[in-house]
Design a binder for this molecule. Sequence first.
Ligand code: LLP
Length: 452
Amino acid sequence: MYMLGSMTINSRGHLAIGEQDLVELAEKYGTPLYVYDESLIRERCRAYREALNQHYPQGEILFAGKAFLTLGMGRLLLQEGLGLDVVSAGELYIAAQAGFPMERVCFHGNNKSPAELKMALDLGVGRIAVDSLMELDRLEEKASRRRKIVPLLLRVRPGISADTHRYIQTGQEDSKFGLGISDGQVFAAVKKVLKSPYLELLGLHCHIGSQILDSQPFQLAAEIMMDLREEIRLKTGTLLPELNLGGGLGIRYIAGDRPVGISDLVMLLAETLKKKAREHNSTLPRLLLEPGRSIVGEAGITLYTVGTIKDVPGVRRYVSVDGGMSDNLRSALYGARYRALLANRPQEPAEETVTVAGKACESGDILIYDLRLPSPRPGDILAVLSTGAYHFSMFSHYNRHLRPAVVFINGGLTELVVKRETLEDLIRPELIPPHLEKEPDFKTVGELGGSA
Ligand code: LLP
């Protein structure tokens, strides 16, 4: 059995994280439940930081908040000395509320609203990653009105199609993200920024996609970006001090996934930058990396309770759980695959092949096809592994499902970091305007009218 982080089987034969029995946890907090192995998140933060220290000390790790961000997670990142990549007013607000130092925040997005840009400037974020020429004009106007210098990076589309799901490729030529190199947009943007007394060009940024297992596309991106940095130096005389190579390193969802290790990837990037700097006879840039999934993905488990079991004879056995596409959109959206086991009897032989269905009114709400499990029974606790990234953060209220609670476990410590949503929470923002307050003046549907 493949165990991650502090996952174990305890003396009761239950799945546990640290000292916490997951079956007891499900009883205490209810299901579905997002559970995080906090020590594994910290381990991954340190793996990145140590790899940088060892191979490229002039660098910084910014966690990509879109993967999973809450106030508690913000505090953890602060304790671990990471920066933060945010992509909306919401993520920026959470960072600020968590007391996160704004100079370590980079603000992304292909359509930052005027209000979001204003908020970022008011808070004084360390970098804005400008995604388009239009955004650059907006930013310059705002900066000059405030007479304040705004530090920025230019997001570049390096023209790389990494081997991953089409929806999570971002560096290819036909992408809504970033400025193109061959079409001259990067150079047009560089010229504009260098002319403005209110914009400070710290460097270039790229992010080629997500859940990338192989190191080769990252190396290619690093080479293209270093060549571009050199071309900018030759054309403008300006050597950009920073290079942000984004995130994208994949994790292990199923047995066949074999991602390159954090340390190996950082070492490869460091070597590539050093080689290119030598080739260009220039100095090394400060390196920023923005991992999301590879920090939190494998640290998360979702617990569900098995409900209805239904056979379609000769076809399959549907095992329905009390969550689904609301708490895990990835199966329906990308056809993502997962490993799972029964937390209450993880060691029993997996003699049955079942299909784990969610409870949403949507035929596509299938969490796992053809999963091998010990014959499931109603009340079993199903633990779906590697759900720490892009699950809580992609939660959907479809069917008015309630957002599950989030629990962090660290050794002997188990703490709630997000409470389960309640039915009252669900209607809190809703209003009934006066004209809809009126009671109907007919008694039954039969009195609605129409000729009898
Ligand atoms: N930096 C930027 C600018 C990004 O757009 C992203 C992810 C990251 C960093 C972090 O990438 P990571 O290390 O997590 O791969 N919802 C999809 C993933 C979308 C990723 C979007 N951008 C999924 O569930 O697979």
